[in-house]
Design a protein around this ligand. Structure first.
Ligand SMILES: Cc1cc2nc3c(=O)[nH]c(=O)nc-3n(C[C@H](O)[C@H](O)[C@H](O)COP(=O)(O)OP(=O)(O)OC[C@H]3O[C@@H](n4cnc5c(N)ncnc54)[C@H](O)[C@@H]3O)c2cc1C
Length: 466
């Protein structure tokens, strides 16, 4: 049976994927967009169409960006791109045959693309510490997802911990929605603002972001929540569910707070499962301590006809994701003969100019919110790292001492990274622990070899039998 053929298959219907699809359709490409979520919008603009229609007051509160994103979603819907929500990519072959399954458990389907755009966004950096697997301990974006998808808001003693603009944004969004935050535990190092100062003049070109950041800080500090700065240690505790958190600031004695919900955040990192499975070249981005695919200005990876746009390339926010999506689509239009190089260059020029402006703040932000050591490598050796296979820091260190010097060597010894999440949750921490034990950089240690299936697939789905 012949496979469905497309000029361009885009994985992800967030800002990057939607913008790429609209641009590609304008140049006459035959486009398929696959996304595992049930609706367009990606992470930031999750459920945006329903929000606008069914909860207009909340939609207004989310700000002007959401109006723009809603318009992008409408343009995407009208673009003529084939859109298949609720489909997870679990494998891509070197000849660009894609395999995807439905969230409904239906059979796996296959299609073929001339070119592929990976626009799978970012994910929250895992933040292991004693007690992080207790019910009631969540990534802060989980609260945001529940709010945007279903209007659900948390109650009780709510504690937030971590650092970075997204934590602050979500805290303020909860406050705006009437949620009372009991405590905000900030883990950012005291020196970080001074280290970021040299990047401030350039960052002033993104003054609108700076203004928003200052307004959010003000809102948080005046909200009535107890703010504790320079937190360096944390434990969550409770009988079967979270009841209290203990935290430390530097070498001061530990303090305790009652807590029903602990929301964590330690930055976001590119989702590199697909680029890894395909074997694209990656590099270590030291400032934010994550792996990213090596890309040119059009988003081309080291593998021919495979490109990346948005936060799955480097975490730079939704406005940049739109621009990188459009640039990647222009490259595809040129590569497939729909436009020539001169047209591509002319169409890209205003986008590149805007991108330069958009990225001006990134060196400042990346230095202001550095991923910090105690949160990257848990001090307590009994901390669980791989949640799927229940592997602890101590076991990983022991494996390194026995001569396993990379994640792929540690994996068969202790099984970390072998579970259904395929190392999405533990991969970075495992690299960091091995690097710490060996006293080298994670760049020297490497990452897990990511194999198919990158998403759990049942045998029934593989054979097409229910
Ligand atoms: C949970 C979360 C919440 C966030 N909330 C905010 C926010 O409120 N405000 C803000 O400024 N920034 C937020 N960010 C950062 C923000 O997501 C990005 O800057 C921006 O959305 C990136 O856009 P994108 O198009 O690159 O990716 P995304 O918007 O993340 O879209 C990627 C899409 O790819 C899909 N996908 C991933 N893997 C697969 C697969 N294997 N198969 C099929 N589909 C797949 C996902 O379902 C998703 O819809 C958030 C990040 C995360 C991780």
């Amino acid at each position: 049976m012949s496979l469905p053929q497309y000029d361009y298959v885009i994985i992800g219907a967030g800002p990057a994927g939607m913008a790429a699809a609209v641009e590609a359709r304008q140049h006459g490409l035959n486009v398929l967009v696959l996304d595992e979520q049930p609706a367009v919008g990606g992470q930031i603009y999750r459920n945006i169409e329903d929000l606008e229609e069914q909860r207009p007051d909340e939609f207004q509160k989310l700000g002007a960006d959401y109006q723009e994103a809603f318009e992008l979603a409408q343009r995407f819907r009208a673009s003529g791109a084939e859109y298949r929500p609720g489909r997870s990519i679990w494998q891509i072959d070197p000849d660009l045959t894609l395999y995807h399954i439905g969230q409904d458990g239906g059979p796996s389907e296959t299609c073929h693309a001339q070119r592929i755009l990976i626009a799978t966004g970012a994910m929250e950096r895992p933040m292991p510490f004693p007690g992080w697997t207790l019910p009631g301990v969540l990534a802060c974006t989980a609260a945001d997802v529940l709010y945007k998808s279903s209007g659900l808001l948390p109650r009780g003693e709510i504690v937030l911990l971590g650092s970075g603009p997204l934590l602050l944004l979500i805290a303020c969004r909860l406050l705006d929605a009437g949620v009372k935050i009991a405590a905000y535990l900030d883990t950012n190092p005291h020196l970080a603002p001074f280290q970021a100062l040299p990047y401030l003049p350039k960052a002033l070109r993104g003054h609108e972001y700076l203004r928003k950041g200052i307004a959010m800080l003000w809102q948080m500090f005046t909200s009535g929540a107890k703010v504790h700065l320079g937190v360096t240690g944390l434990e969550a505790d409770g009988e079967g569910h979270l009841q209290k958190v203990r935290f430390q600031q530097g070498s001061a004695p530990w303090k305790e707070l009652p807590a029903d919900l602990l929301l964590l955040h330690h930055g976001v990192v590119p989702n590199i499962q697909i680029t890894r499975q395909l074997g694209c070249e990656h590099t270590w981005y030291e400032k934010q301590r994550y792996w990213e695919p090596v890309l040119d200005q059009w988003g081309n990876t080291s593998i021919e006809n495979v490109a990346v746009a948005g936060d799955s390339g480097r975490v730079c926010g939704s406005a940049n994701s739109v621009l990188t999506g459009r640039l990647a689509a222009l490259e595809t239009a040129r590569a497939l003969g729909k436009i020539d190089l001169a047209q591509q260059t002319a169409l890209a020029a205003p986008l590149l100019k805007k991108q330069d402006q958009e990225l001006a703040i990134r060196p400042f932000l990346d230095t202001l919110f550095p991923p910090r050591h105690p949160w990257l490598v848990p001090k307590n050796e009994e901390t669980l790292v791989c949640r799927c296979e229940e592997v602890r820091v101590r076991e990983i260190r022991d494996a390194v001492r026995l001569g396993a010097l990379s994640p792929d060597r540690v994996k068969p010894m202790v099984r970390c990274g072998m579970g259904p999440c395929q190392a999405r949750m533990c991969g970075l921490t495992v690299s960091e622990i091995i690097a710490d034990e060996r006293q080298v950089s994670p760049a020297d240690v490497g990452y897990f070899r990511v194999r198919s299936p990158i998403k759990p697939v049942t045998l029934g789905q593989l054979t097409g039998v229910e």
